[in-house]
Each structure stands twice: as C-alpha cells, then as structure tokens.
Design a protein around this ligand. Structure first.
Ligand code: CA
Length: 705
C-alpha cells in the first residue's frame, strides 16, 4: 500500500514524468537480491537498478536516468548518508537491487540499506585478519559485491569468496579461492556471468601466478580456472595457451609465480559469448635477477575466454617485456562504435601504460592506439600491430641507470573506473600524471616476506630537498579526460592538483559525476565538461559514483574515504592530491535533498619531535636500504606516510630500540597488521631502520624550519 501511495504522489508531483510507471516495489514483501541472468542481460534499459559492478555486462557505467540533468542538478542535495565503521581506502561501487543498496567497505565488510531512506538493513564483517595487510600492496580495500539468486557475494581480502543471504546478510557458504593465503589477496568485485561467479585475485608484487576462475553460486565449487601465465614446464601445461605462452618466457619465472594477476576488470559480451579481463604486471618488476626476457605472455594484456568453459580465445598484450608495473587491469568497456565508417563491436581500454586502445571485441585485432597523456617509456605504437616502440633508456636494468618513467607504477589510469556515454560517444578517464623512478637493485634476491620488485627504492627515495620536492609536486597532477575513442583525441579535460581522483559515472541527463582526491563530489556536463554542481565530501574520494531510482525518484550515491596505494606508498607526494584525511561515509543525493553532514573535525597538527639522530652514516644508509625494500610500500617513500598508515617519523618507538625491535622482529603490533619481519630481517636491521627513520625525521624537521 505504502508503495502504491507514494507512486501516485510522485506521479502527481510530476516526479515520474519522464519515467515509465513504477512497479510499486515494497521492501517488506519483496524477495531481496532476486537477480537472474535475464535481468543482468536486460540491465541496459533498467535505470532503477544498478545490478552489477559496471552496471551492465559491457561495464559502460552509463545510466539511462535523466531526472537529474543539466537543468536540475543545481537542486541536487544530500538525501541520506551513512558513516562506515572502517577508516581505510573506500573503493567500492554500491549496487542497488529493487530498492536495497548493497555496499562493501574496507576490510571486505558488507552493508545493506533501504536505498530510499538510508535505513540500515544488515551488516556483515568477514573478520579479515589484520595481518593480511602484510601481503597487500594497496591498503585493505574492496571494490564491490555481486548480487545473484538472492545472495550477495563478496571476495574477502584474505582470499575467501563468501555468499551472504541477501535478506539477512548471514553467510551461506565461504571458500578459500586463492592458491595460498600467504601471497594472494582479493580486492576486486565478483561478477556474474551465465549463473556463475567470475573472480580473479591479486598479488603480482608478491609470489603469485595470475588466474581467473568461475564458481558455482550455490556451493562455491570451482567450475573452471584459466591461468594467465604458464607454470613450471616440468609439470606440463594445463592447455595449449600455456604452452604457447611459455615460449615467451626465459629463466625460472614460475619460482616467483610470474604475476599477471586478474585483480580488477572483467567484462562480458553475451552475443560473442566472451569474458574479457585485464592482467597485471610480470614479476619481479626488474626482470634482471630472474633472467626474465621475452614478451612474457599473458601479462599486461587483455585476454578473452569462452564464457562457458574459460578456454582461451584471444589476447592482446599492451606492455610486452613489462618492467614498469604496467598492469592492464583497468576498466574494460565494450561498445558499438563506427570505425572507419563501419559499425564495430569494440573493446575500449586505457591501461596504466598511457595508451588508449581500441580493439575488435570478437578477434582482439588492434584497431587503433594513441597516448592519452604524456608517455616517455615508448615513442609510439606500431600502427598495424599496436606493439610499443620501447625507449631504450626505459630498460633501466640494462642501462644500469635509473629511469623516471611517465607514466609510472601508479599508472596513467588505475582501477578508478572510467565510463562511456553512448549519447556523447566519449570515454571519461580519471587520468594520472605521475612519474616513477625505477632503479635496479644489484644482486637482488627474492625474500620470504614483502614486495618482490627487484628495485632499489632507497636509491631513488625523495630527498629532503625543498626544491626537488617542489619540482616533483609540480610534475604530479591528475585530470578528468573526456576522450573521443573514434578520433583518438581529447574532447575536453579538467585538471586537478594531484592524481588518485575517483571513478566516473555518465548519465543520460548529460552529466558526468566524479569525486576528487581534494574532497569534492562534482557534476560536469558530459558533452562539454562545464562544472554544474559540487558538494564538499570532507575526505578524499577514490571510488566511483552510481545512480538508481526508487519510486520514481533518482538518487546518486558515492562512497567516500581516502586511501589506497597512492596514499600508503608515495610519501611526500601523497599529500599533493588533496586531503589525506579519511572520513569513510556513504553519501546519497537526490533533487531537493536537504540533508547536511556533521561538521568535519578540525585537522590536528602533529609536529615532528624526533629524538636526536645518533646512528652512524653506515647504519643510516643500511637502514634506508632495508626501509626501501620492506617498509616503504606501506609507510611511504622516504619514511613519509600518507593519511591511512602510521607515519613512522612520529612513532614513540623511535625513542626505544627494544620497543622498535619488538614491533619489527617480534610482531608486537601484529593485531594491527604490522607483522613480524623476522623471516627477512635481523635485530640489527631493525635497529638500522630505526636510525634511518630518526635521521629522516630530523631532516624533515630542518626542512620545516
Ligand atoms: Ca601491479
């Protein structure tokens, strides 16, 4: 009754004027999470719901809703908000199914809300052990859930795939779906294709052999698995694709796994019956220590497999001989575009390496490719094959000289989802202009714990030099780029002070929504890039917005909360992007929304107050080496942390060698995620790191004065 009454009222007020009659959904009576294959395939025309990670199987992130549009967006206001109980990077896109909003948060927690009122329905915590942080590069993030057959599926950071009852949030089943829980993690959103859960995993900076697999949604049983790199040839190959790939590798790549993990993008074309996914870097980043040469298939590639069997169909490698961490895991969008005057089904891709690719979706044939930002590691692409012309200086392990690559390891574009509007024909890319210095570590050997990149991070750590830091900050920016994929040229762009801004949402209301690292949620006109509306979010935004409709009213939702790898790893530059404060919160807007956020707490100034530097020069240098290899990935380059992980320059343990050792060697703070590094470090190493951090804190104290 309530729903019918509201629908009548909405119609009377003209709210539903541009939309078909509402079904009169009643939360109390409905069957929550009632998603099947037919609904997923019909998602394009179903603006009320956002049923899957990229909304539709082609992952265009385009909504047909237009109640919020260029004229009405000025009246967009906060409808409701929900505080999250985690304070780490929030990367998830919420889903909405029949008036219920499902969202995952940091630490792989899941929450369900009444999508119209914001009333909490249930909450689930998989209780991921906090020491899982020691094997994840990029914060305790999770990018989203899947909903299918009355269940909500979440992949937990520690490698479990968990099915929850959509009505109650209670677990139905839980399975470990990674080869081991020492090197692998999962941050990506599961997808549903033909009644199976499709999921990859992460870990190419550790010891991981990439793969993607399909699971039975009722039992969690594995149906098929496709590896992205070959295993040990002595054990035989799983399929001809692995045998073919093995010819493109040298050395004993399988000892470290090879990399190529499938940690984010997965798209599906029902007509072609293909599943598309991106693969990560080859490992270690520096190929020299493992005598790794060759193209190293199928790393840094887009791969298409048969949607029923997982069998290899085609691949396109974007970065052969990867030594720069140029993952190809970024959003894969499928679209119909006129190419040379002929309509074609194409794959649109803007990977880390800085080139925008248009491929034939059926065959993987290279149609075109152009740099969408500054690129110096390659001078261009072969016009026929798309194979890059690699700059010899970029092969830092061969030249023996550090190389500052643009783009760098953060990528010209990372997991922050791009969007495509069939109305404007434009792709909207959160672009990052951020170089990265690569220096090969001499005599590098794999170790039992930590990052396995083969880089000498100490050699290229940010110096305590105001001029150098200012120059690096000036060269590090971000933008929202509207790209014409047919003409392969920009249509418009908006510049931001730093990288690591949020994902994109395009709508039929000629709007493009994006949140920024600086703490602003913005609506632009999709065709011209005019800034039409914005809302202060109090914390940096890295996730992508989404939109839905309940009882005739359109809502726009965004999960707010700064974090991720840019925050935890980039040191001085982390603060360049905007606010590094994390206030994790779901914000939901509608026309005429009158809600307000509580005032943001003031930022507390934390002055540097280190003990005097008493380490010897040799001790500080050795500590810097150890810090660069084992600590910088989480606590920041040159011992400067972002906003999410502890800044060791402020650690009370700096005053006490025994306390510092109890943390680094004994694992005193394991419950908070700081595991023991005993497997790789000795007490003297910990003492050297302490002296290095004290020295760095004193340098920065002098710099502040
Ligand atoms: Ca990577």
């Amino acid at each position: 009754m309530r729903a019918a009454w509201l629908t009548a009222l909405a119609a009377a007020l003209g709210l539903a004027a541009c939309s078909p009659a509402q079904p009169g959904y009643d939360l109390d009576k409905a069957s929550p999470g009632a998603v099947d294959q037919a609904r997923l395939l019909a998602a394009t025309g179903d603006g009320d719901n956002w049923l899957a990670f990229g909304r539709t199987p082609d992952e265009q992130r385009f909504s047909p809703l237009d109640q919020v549009n260029n004229e009405t967006v000025k009246n967009l206001g906060l409808a409701w908000s929900a505080d999250m109980d985690t304070a780490r990077g929030q990367e998830a896109t919420p889903l909405v199914v029949d008036g219920v909003l499902y969202v995952s948060t940091a630490w792989s927690m899941v929450k369900a809300y009444d999508a119209a009122s914001g009333k909490p329905i249930w909450s689930y915590d998989p209780e991921v052990p906090r020491d899982t942080l020691a094997r994840v590069c990029c914060d305790a993030v999770n990018r989203g859930v899947a909903v299918y057959n009355n269940k909500v599926f979440v992949a937990a950071l520690d490698g479990r795939l968990i099915a929850l009852d959509a009505a109650t949030g209670k677990p139905v089943w839980s399975k470990v779906v990674v080869p081991d829980q020492k090197s692998y993690a999962i941050t990506g959103a599961p997808r549903v294709v033909k009644g199976r859960i499709i999921l990859g995993n992460a870990g190419s900076e550790y010891k991981a052999r990439g793969s993607i697999a399909a699971f039975d949604p009722e039992t969690g049983d594995e149906v098929w698995r496709f590896h992205t790199v070959p295993g040990d040839p002595a054990k035989g190959f799983e399929n001809p694709a692995m045998e073919k790939a093995a010819k493109t590798w040298t050395g004993k790549w399988w000892e470290l796994g090879g990399g190529g993990t499938v940690w984010d993008s997965i798209s599906y074309d029902p007509a072609l019956n293909l599943i598309y996914f991106g693969t990560g870097n080859a490992e270690p980043w520096n190929p020299a220590p493992m005598e790794r040469t060759g193209d190293n298939l199928y790393t840094s590639s887009i791969v298409a497999v048969n949607a029923d069997t997982g069998e290899y169909v085609w691949h396109f490698q974007e970065t052969p001989e990867d030594r720069w961490d140029f993952d190809s895991n970024q959003s894969i969008i499928l679209a119909d575009l006129p190419i040379n005057g002929t309509p074609r089904r194409v794959v649109l891709h803007a990977p880390k390496n800085g080139f925008f690719y248009v491929l034939d979706a059926k065959t993987g044939a290279f149609l075109s490719g152009k740099p969408f930002t500054a690129v110096n590691w390659a001078s261009g692409l072969d016009p026929k094959t798309g194979y890059p012309v690699i700059n010899p200086e970029a092969r830092y392990e061969k030249t023996g000289k550090p190389f500052i690559s643009v783009p760098g390891a953060a990528g010209a574009h990372s997991w922050q989802s791009m969007a495509f509007s069939p109305k404007t024909g434009l792709v909207y890319i959160p672009v990052q202009e951020a170089g990265f210095p690569y220096a090969a570590q001499k005599d590098w050997q794999p170790s039992a714990i930590g990052f396995q990149t083969g880089l000498d991070n100490a050699a290229v750590a940010m110096p305590a030099d105001a001029k150098v830091q200012a120059g690096a900050k000036q060269a590090t920016t971000g933008s929202l780029l509207a790209w014409d994929p047919v003409a392969q040229k920009p249509a418009w762009s908006v510049k931001y002070p730093g990288p690591w801004n949020g994902g994109a949402l395009a709508t039929a209301g000629n709007l493009l929504f994006q949140g920024t690292a600086g703490g602003e949620f913005i609506a632009y006109s999709a065709d011209k890039g005019a800034k039409l509306w914005s809302f202060p979010t109090q914390s940096g935004v890295i996730a992508a917005p989404m939109t839905y409709r309940v009882k005739g009213e359109q809502y726009v939702a965004i999960l707010v909360g700064w974090g991720g790898v840019w925050d935890v790893a980039t040191g001085v530059l982390a603060g360049k992007s905007g606010t590094t404060r994390n206030i994790s919160r779901l914000l939901v807007f509608k026309i005429g929304g009158k809600g307000a956020l509580p005032p943001a707490p003031p930022l507390a100034a934390v002055p540097l107050d280190p003990p005097p530097s008493t380490g010897t020069a040799a001790q500080i240098a050795a500590g810097g080496q150890t810090y660069g290899r084992y600590c910088s990935a989480c606590h920041g380059d040159a011992a400067v942390a972002g906003g999410v992980n502890p800044d060791l320059r402020h650690s009370g343990a700096l005053n006490d060698g025994a306390a510092f050792k109890s943390i680094v060697i004994e694992g005193a703070l394991q419950h908070q995620g700081m595991v023991s590094f005993r497997a790789a470090l000795k007490p003297d190493d910990a003492e050297a790191v302490r002296h290095y951090v004290i020295s760095r804190a004193n340098e920065d104290l002098r710099l502040e004065k």
